[in-house]
Design a binder for this molecule. Structure first.
Ligand SMILES: Cc1ncc(COP(=O)(O)O)c(C=O)c1O
Length: 369
């Protein structure tokens, strides 16, 4: 198939402008030309997050950024609070186990956002970190990170570490205002690039806590020394970093406030369309992330079979449910390089294809209402 409609929650669509930059002849990474690009990307992510500290670029998927943060900032027996509200919260829990942290896990029902009071109850003066997702991609929930940050501002020893892999470039995240010490992003979501680069942004409080760790490749203490010279300890993902530089240009040209507004509008539109079909939306509106809409709770038809048929018949890719939600929900992403016309085109295909399973009005009728 020559072109596909990619509506999965990462990887996401790559604009031609970024593809063209990535297809340029390879250059060597230890060169002034590449150091300039490396520096632009580090600064660009800082600007996006209003970070007065430093951003590091790791050649790994987003999970590498999560692991690097745990390995480089926390020690065995450290007390941490972990929000587990879906598949990606489970990843924090697994990291906490592997790094022998003393973790209090707040198990939030899938589809719900954490209550800040639950964190407050578990916080002690010895708590070294709170680990959460901003957007939990398996359920489409956006956690109240600014409220959590406000709570943690009063805890001098506690770091607030946020996996914003599917929130960076979608939701306004202001590390200074929101009181976030570490933000992790990934190249393959709203940054519109292929998978392969994790961004780890640290404020001063976290930088001061960087320590020697068992890992060599994911040591942020080692890495920060190189990155301050706008290079990396190991060969970086040159082409993706060049793509990220172009992606950031696109984001700043559009205007960050407009980028966030576009995601919010597409999210509201998508919820409206699926609700109009009589389908339940898994996440309550007040808790909904803007980059993904999760539909269903226990859908009555063969959802995964239908997802495969969408791909086969129309070249349209969406995602199914994970773990206990497999076969019960579907996830349609609108993150990154998406606008109203792309959403109209893809949702109208989805609505048409759903007519095999449920009675639906046409897409045109829905949007006329
Ligand atoms: C919220 C969140 N965290 C972590 C990850 C893992 O990132 P990666 O697959 O890039 O390692 C994902 C991937 O979808 C995600 O959505």
């Amino acid at each position: 198939m020559s072109s596909i409609y990619l509506c999965t929650p990462g990887p996401t669509r790559i604009p031609d402008r970024i593809r063209d930059v990535m297809a340029k002849p390879m250059i060597h990474h230890r060169s002034p030309e590449f150091e300039k690009v490396f520096s632009e990307v580090r600064m660009g992510i800082n600007t996006l997050l209003n970070n007065d500290g430093e951003t590091m670029l790791l050649s790994s998927s987003g999970s590498g950024g999560m692991e690097a943060s745990v390995a480089s900032l926390l020690s065995p027996s450290d007390h941490v609070i972990v929000i587990e509200s879906g598949k990606f919260g489970e990843r924090w829990v697994e990291l906490a186990k592997r790094y022998q942290l003393s973790a209090d896990v707040i198990k939030v029902p899938w589809g719900k956002a954490v209550e800040v009071s639950e964190i407050q109850e578990l916080l002690t003066p010895n708590t070294k970190a709170v680990l959460t997702q901003a957007c939990e991609t398996s359920t489409g929930v956006f956690h109240p990170i600014s409220e959590i940050g406000a709570l943690l501002q009063t805890m001098p020893d506690c770091l607030f570490i946020v996996d914003a892999i599917t929130a960076l470039g979608i939701h306004l995240i202001d590390m200074q205002k929101d009181g976030i010490d570490v933000v992790i992003g990934g190249s393959q979501k709203a940054l519109m690039c292929p998978p392969g680069v994790a961004t780890v942004s640290l404020r001063q409080k976290a930088i001061a806590r960087l320590k020697e760790s068992q890992t060599m490749y994911l040591s942020l203490l080692k890495e920060i020394k190189s990155q301050r010279k706008n290079t990396s300890s190991f060969t970086p993902a040159v082409s993706i970093i060049m793509g990220l530089s172009e992606a950031l240009k696109m984001i700043f040209e559009e205007g960050v406030a407009k980028v966030y507004q576009r995601h919010q509008q597409l999210s509201a539109h998508t919820r409206h369309v699926f609700s109009s079909l009589g389908l339940p939306i898994f996440t309550e509106e007040k808790d909904a992330a803007f980059g993904i809409t999760v539909v269903g709770d226990d859908l009555s038809w063969d959802v995964d079979g239908w997802i495969s048929s969408l791909k086969k018949e129309y070249g349209l890719w969406i995602a199914g449910g994970q773990e206990h939600l497999k076969g019960k929900i579907f996830r349609y992403a609108h993150m990154g390089y998406v606008d109203q016309s792309f959403v109209d085109e893809t949702l109208s295909i989805i609505v048409k294809s759903l007519q095999k399973h449920i009675q639906t009005p046409s897409y045109e009728e829905i949007i006329r209402r």
